[in-house]
Design a protein around this ligand. Structure first.
Ligand SMILES: Nc1ccn([C@@H]2O[C@H](COP(=O)(O)OP(=O)(O)OP(=O)(O)O)[C@@H](O)[C@H]2O)c(=O)n1
Ligand SMILES: C[C@](O)(CO)[C@H](O)COP(=O)(O)O
Length: 229
């Protein structure tokens, strides 16, 4: 089934401490964002990639789209102050009903099989997110002391892609904007409407490159996939 994907890429990458947008950092033979974009460029079900960027990065992103022959990337959308603003600005450019995925530019290891599972599931449920079960013991703490050990069997670490019917995501973003509500992901805006969001298990390789040590993990993931593991 066809879908469009919004890729928020307008962050500053402050926690990566690279002095520039972390998506432009080289990961092996190409920049991080190119790894991410190529997954969707290669997916025949992906009809369009809507990339939200920071105005300062326009020239760099334009060059990458040209140099790597990325034909599905629509005219760039300018991102906003928060990730949520960047997604909403991109969403406003979609004028037809269908399926839209939102996927962080900073998650370069998303696999086609998990995209397919999400697209199948959103078709049934209207909203579906990629996630993996929590592995560690989780405790709630305050002032340096444990308050509570949280039952982890129902806890998931949520990733992107997150998939939605276009009209549902528009309604969720519009309400969040009028309520001045900011969530850390798009599904949380949909949850506020009382709509059930389906969880689709993905894998632990689908990391978000956030802090400098994530670049070491990224290289290990690339090496693993080269070996076919
Ligand atoms: N105003 C923003 C902030 C973030 N993002 C994008 O949202 C994704 C996830 O955000 P995060 O990993 O937090 O990236 P940064 O905001 O760049 O990182 P930091 O918070 O460390 O500055 C990234 O692809 C990032 O480019 C965006 O499009 N617009
Ligand atoms: C959307 C997200 O990737 C889900 O894990 C994440 O919340 C976005 O990252 P941020 O660091 O919270 O902006």
């Amino acid at each position: 089934m066809n879908y469009q994907v919004i890729i928020p890429a307008a962050g500053k990458g402050k926690r990566m401490r690279a002095g520039k947008n972390k998506l432009l950092l080289q990961l092996e033979d190409r920049p991080v964002i190119v790894h991410t974009l190529q997954v969707f460029e290669a997916d025949q079900d992906c009809k369009q990639i809507i990339l939200s960027i920071h105005p300062d990065d326009k020239e760099a992103f334009s060059n990458l789209v040209k140099d790597f022959g990325l034909t599905k990337v629509a005219p760039f959308v300018m991102g906003g102050k928060e990730r949520q603003d960047s997604v909403y600005n991109a969403l406003k450019t979609i004028d037809e009903e269908g399926i839209v995925l939102v996927h962080d530019g900073a998650r370069p290891f998303i696999k086609k099989e998990h995209i397919d599972s999400l697209v199948n599931r959103v078709n049934i449920d209207g909203a579906a997110i990629a996630a993996v079960p929590v592995k560690d013991t989780i405790k709630k703490a305050a002032n340096g002391f444990v308050q509570e050990t949280v039952e982890r069997s129902s806890l998931w670490m949520v990733q992107t892609p997150q998939a939605f019917r276009v009209s549902l995501l528009e309604k969720a973003h519009s309400k969040a904007a009028s309520d001045q509500y900011f969530g850390t992901d798009d599904a949380s805006l949909v949850e506020r409407l009382g709509v059930k969001v389906a969880v689709v298990e993905s894998d632990y390789d689908n990391i978000k490159l956030t802090t400098p040590e994530d670049l070491y993990f990224a290289k290990a993931i690339i090496e693993k996939s080269r070996k076919g593991v």
